[in-house]
Design a protein around this ligand. Sequence first.
Ligand SMILES: *Cc1c(COP(=O)(O)O)cnc(C)c1O
Length: 431
Amino acid sequence: MDTSELIASDLKTIWHPCTQMKDHEKLPIIPIKRGKGVYLYDFDGNAYIDCVSSWWVNLFGHSNDYINAKLKEQIDTLEHVIFAGFTHEGIIRLSNRLVGLTPKGLEKCFYADNGSSCVEVALKMSYHAHLLDGKKRPKFLSLSNAYHGETIGALSVGAVGLYKNTYEEILIECLQTPVPKDNADIPNALKALEIILDTEGKNIAAFILEPLIQCAGNMHIYSAEYVLKASRMCQERGIYVIFDEIAVGFGRSGSLFAYEQCDITPDFLCLSKGLSGGYMPLSVVMTSDEVYEKFYAPYEAHKAFLHSHSYTGNALACACANAVLDIFESQDVIAKNKIFSHKIVALMEELKEFKFISNFRYQGMVFAFDLVGFPQGRRVGLEIFEKGLKKGLLLRPLGNTIYLMPPYTITLEEVAYIIDSLKVILKQIQY
Ligand SMILES: *Cc1c(COP(=O)(O)O)cnc(C)c1O
């Protein structure tokens, strides 16, 4: 099949995620034939730099030689095994490594198979843990502008109207406290939180937040100081703190995990996306021995956490995750990224000449700016997406927020090409 046949055949049978399918009448979907490093190649030989790490999952490039080799090794040994009553070497090794990388208080790993489902696990587990202590705490607290996934529970603790509003009536009721707009806003945000905690604190099972960066919330970066103080306020009142590091974990925030910069250990840590390097669906909730012990009892006591997903702990995904940790160990990725991040920022500074660019920001390996002053309803982000494709860039703006979240293996030359292309593209934008 050639490209146009593939497109027609795709649209005949496939409904794509997070897409108004009618957009594809004008905007052709792009069949990708293969990937290597930061590049994706279509069937006509065009190359696209994956500036968004294919929805933030890829860390070390597409078709990474090392991860490929580890995956191939695994597939000839064990592809998958039921994870209740059975286990395998890969996941034991992975869990020991994750526990070794995280502080005291995160010593147990509960697996699921995607980000949303691990958020569901953390919500259910935190509620259940209180219940086992004889406390009914039926509510969850989250931040304004939060995103935690698309399943009913995860959507309920989220706050991005675009995804949530339609389903409001069928969602569970949650409390929301404002995320600080900027550092000057931290006292206000903490005050608002205190008021909620004073009135509702005893009903709240857990406070869930994306530490440092609300990615789907237009790459809103906020301070470690707030994360620390807000988390402490909750923990002091017996409310569990869930850090959703699905997007910011594994080096995105500038440290291996964002909580390191916030000086606090959450009661539950949700990881997915980069966990398998962008290869296979896998997620994990890490929690404490203390929480684990509450559930540990004779079967007849009905205290078990009876939650499962068919593909929990998939062996192929675990092989990828172990390969990812090997790369972190052998290549000092975090230290390299720290230097690299500043170089990327220096290049991006040049974009500030455009008067419609505002709120330039970055944290670790996430870089973003907003396009402002355009008439309501104009999809200027989409215009940039289309122009980007012609330049060989896969950008997927969030509304009018343009961001780069590239694989860590991108070179400075490739970043320079992205910035030069963005300059050309932004010059073409009629303001
Ligand atoms: C992507 C994401 C999720 C949901 O993960 P899925 O695998 O897409 O279900 C949850 N929380 C955050 C912060 C995310 O970025």
